[in-house]
Write a protein that binds this ligand. Structure first.
Ligand code: GDP
Length: 612
């Protein structure tokens, strides 16, 4: 940056905080805001709608004691804009075609707990949206023996810790760095990094004591202004933003909380956004921002009307027809009606690109906003799960009807996956009627995990059912002296020589001649469902068989397996057969091939189908 005019045009980077639940995201944001307020920088408006700004002057003041550790840098960005609500949902809604409105992210990891499911999920979505990030290794004050030095830079507090405490911290940091490495990232403690374009910075902090906050802010500011300069140049033209949230405000109707990442938004501007039913073209009636307070922060500040806001900003827009918009939609200022129509087309294309409506097999996906829908659809696609319908809104009867249709094509995909949505009562009723499974959760990875678990169980159960329906290999010998009845049905004592026999199994002789089928198996006078190798039981045989004529005492019999079953046993279920079943199966095939040399052969095409 050479000319000071250019410098003035850099806006604040938009920063989001992500991480696993309870790792300290909210505490960290509170600490950052509190620090800013405590320093009482005069004239600095720090509060936006849904966001807070830490001015450059505050960051510089905090970085003062770091002079001897870190190379000096002059801030050319006006500050950092933090999105107030941490987490994946808000991040998902900060969507922008092919990326994110967020310029940078802080991934909070509890240093004592390390990586957790949502940590991985956060990295995945940051990667998807191509948002650079650093890792805040939080809760360093919980390392046994740690002596807190409130609000001090980490590097200063670190020097005052005992060697074994320093050692422990290094080990814990190495766990994080190692985990990052497994995910394909090079990472290191921030003060040991030479090239920040290749290495993810890890900043040890305590959101509770404030240790490390100076470095966290300094590294954030330094990295963003050095590497994102082009992105941070804003035009003094019409505003561009994203609808973060829509809310009903008494007396004003539905208002939109938006994040402006480029340009200037003015009262009276024509704005263009979109909803599920079509574009929304309207005029800004008023812009609301929190009243700047001279003293101390309070949780809820009063809003006041302003004439314009300049990127980057979080602002509440009051305008007619906003109830038709959807959270996560882009919002643009148009110079005139003509341009508004063009922009409306662009907005709708973007919204329609996220929604899915097909008549193919696939799951039904519902989410609360456009942003979360997009994130969920991306996650499902990544795992190869097909989608029939994807839309914003509660789970309705219509969704169940779609699921029923999908189920008819592929029963494993006749389900509804809902992120943070309600299930309407009539939909619930309809789903119960048709046995449609609903998955509803407010954590994306949980939803996918639950669905995949269910899917596996279904497939497993179906396989098991099919396997159970097959005639399996069995070999028995009629015990001499144990003929209880000669025919209609014949009842004999047998010894199972190999494999398994069950009621319903057809039997054949050693020469392949069918002699009837097993009616019942009894052991000590009790009917049993099966008999395995080594057991001696009584069986009744139905069919045209008379002991002493077709078969005799001492004869060996086999189960007479239909060819289709043999093929399945040799392919899909080969590994399900025990060794003795396999031996008997080979004997059966040998007998059968005397009449049909191709018996049981599986041709490659068939094999594929049967294994599938
Ligand atoms: P979130 O779910 O990620 O937003 O986590 P919270 O900010 O709600 O923090 C979860 C818990 O961890 C709370 O009890 C916090 O007080 C505690 N916590 C957060 N940061 C720190 C820290 O740096 N040190 C300690 N000791 N506790 C912390």
């Amino acid at each position: 940056m050479s000319s000071s005019q250019q410098q003035r045009k850099l806006r604040q980077p938009i920063v989001v905080v992500l991480g696993h639940v309870d790792h300290g995201k909210t505490t960290l944001l509170d600490k950052i805001r509190g620090t800013t307020v405590a320093l009482k920088e005069p004239g600095a408006i720090t509060q936006h709608v849904g966001a807070s700004v830490v001015p450059a002057s505050v960051i510089e003041k905090l970085a003062e004691p770091l002079k001897k550790f870190l190379p000096r840098f002059k801030l050319i960005i006006p500050g950092l804009l933090f999105i107030d609500t941490p987490g994946h949902e808000v991040f998902s809604n900060l969507r922008r075609r092919g990326g994110s409105v967020a310029d940078f992210a802080i991934l909070v990891v509890d240093i004592m707990e390390g990586f957790q499911p949502q940590t991985y999920e956060a990295i995945e979505i940051l990667r998807q949206r191509r948002v650079p990030f650093l890792v805040a290794a939080n809760k360093i004050d919980r390392i046994p023996g740690w002596k807190p030095h409130p609000d001090q830079p980490f590097l200063i507090s670190y020097r005052m810790q005992k060697p074994e405490v320093q050692q422990r911290l290094e080990e814990l940091l190495w766990n994080i760095i190692g985990e990052m490495y497994k995910l394909g990232f090079r990472a290191d403690r921030f003060d040991r990094i030479k090239d920040f374009t290749k290495t993810v910075a890890v900043v040890p902090v305590s959101a509770k004591t404030g240790e490390g906050i100076p470095e966290l802010l300094a590294v954030l500011a330094g990295l963003t202004q050095q590497y994102l300069q082009k992105r941070l140049m804003y035009a003094e033209g019409p505003a561009k933003g994203v609808v973060l949230e829509l809310r009903e405000q008494p007396g004003l109707g539905v208002v939109a909380d938006v994040i402006i990442y480029d340009g200037i938004l003015r009262k009276g501007d024509i704005i263009v956004t979109g909803g599920l039913e079509g574009p929304v073209i309207t005029r800004v009636r008023s812009l609301l921002m929190p009243k700047p307070l001279v003293e101390i922060r309070t949780a809820k500040r009063e809003l006041e009307s302003v004439d314009e806001v300049v990127a980057a900003a979080g602002v509440r827009i009051v305008a007619p027809e906003l109830e038709k918009a959807v959270a996560g939609a882009p919002i643009f200022v148009a110079r005139d009606e003509e341009e508004a129509k063009e922009l409306a087309k662009k907005v709708m294309e973007e919204i329609e690109a996220i929604r899915i409506r097909t008549d193919k097999e696939g799951v039904i996906v519902k989410a609360d906003t456009l942003g979360t829908l997009e994130a969920l659809v991306e996650a499902l696609k990544k795992r190869g799960i097909p989608i029939r319908v994807a839309d914003v809104g509660p789970i309705a009867k219509r969704d169940v009807i779609e699921a029923v249709a999908s189920k008819q094509i592929n029963k494993y995909y006749g389900v509804i996956i809902g992120f943070n949505v309600k299930v309407l009562p009539e939909a619930e009723e309809e789903a119960r009627k048709h046995g449609i499974k609903l998955f509803v959760h407010n954590i994306i990875y949980k939803l996918i995990e639950d669905f995949e678990k269910w899917y596996k169980e279904q497939i497993e159960a179906d396989r098991r059912r099919e396997f159970e329906s097959l005639v399996r290999p069995g070999k028995i010998r009629i015990l001499p002296g144990y003929v209880f009845r000669r025919s209609d049905p014949a009842i004999v004592g047998v010894e199972v020589l190999g494999g398994v026999i069950k009621p319903g199994y057809p039997l054949m002789r050693e020469d392949g001649k069918r002699i009837g089928e097993i009616m019942q198996i009894q052991d000590k006078g009790k009917s049993i469902p099966e008999a395995r190798a080594g057991m001696a039981v009584a069986i009744s045989i139905r069919g045209k068989v008379m002991i002493g004529r077709q078969v005799d005492e001492g004869d060996v019999l086999y189960t007479d397996i239909p060819e289709k079953h043999v093929q399945l046993l040799l392919t899909k279920y080969r590994s399900w057969l025990s060794n003795d079943e396999m031996v008997v199966l080979k004997e059966i095939i040998k007998i059968k091939r005397k009449q049909n040399p191709l018996y049981g052969l599986v041709f490659p095409q068939q094999q594929q189908k049967q294994q599938g």
